[in-house]
Design a protein around this ligand. Sequence first.
Ligand SMILES: [Zn+2]
Ligand SMILES: [Zn+2]
Length: 247
Amino acid sequence: MKFNIDLHTHTIASDHAYSTLVEYVNQARKVGVTMFATTDHGPAVSDGPHPWHFNNLKVVPRICDDVAVLRGAEANIKENGTIDLQSDQLKNLDIVLAGLHPNYNPTTEDEHTKLYLKIIQSGLVDVISHPGSFNYPCDYETVLACAKEHNVAIEINSSSDVNTRFGSHDNCVKIANLAKKIGNTISLGSDAHICYYIGNFDSIIETLEGAGIKEDQIINSDPLKVLDFLESRGHSRIDEIRKHFSK
Ligand SMILES: [Zn+2]
Ligand SMILES: [Zn+2]
């Protein structure tokens, strides 16, 4: 399995990340990534960007030096079951991820499950990011069944094993097995916080293959599949990117 699309990356707009968008584009070209989503943290974490970061993503060309760039965000789930981005920001985004982050202190498995369900049902979020996080366990079967019902993708995050969330491996295996059984749409994200990690899914290939997941269940297998999924979620058609990959 090999994937040339990365749907989860952070630039220096999030203070704890270390590369610019242009550095990501250059690195993408170098390693053969044909499309990526720039998905900085929502403003509820203390080192997230100002909300205008998201309002203004429209200035980013659809194709940067031959690489397709999706304008995205990784929103923070708040304790009241909403996200930290408003319609002003959301209307400018091609893809919206949401996950549990330090703006919310872990409580119980039951509470984490309720939050995920509320977010999935809100219709505002396309992908649940790193649901395998060791510090926010939930009832994976209930969450994945709800995601399937509401056409929300479940992320398998390749940083969950090796970079920032040690201890999440077993949860990711559980999630992959359930996703295979339930038939969830799967999105892969490196969650890169420096450009050199873009498109690096080495740590999760074994988990995916072990669960018997085939490429067709993973939207990253084809740029048009990503666009089809986003349109099925109600996002506008992006003709420039469609044209680029239809050549
Ligand atoms: Zn995250
Ligand atoms: Zn992230």
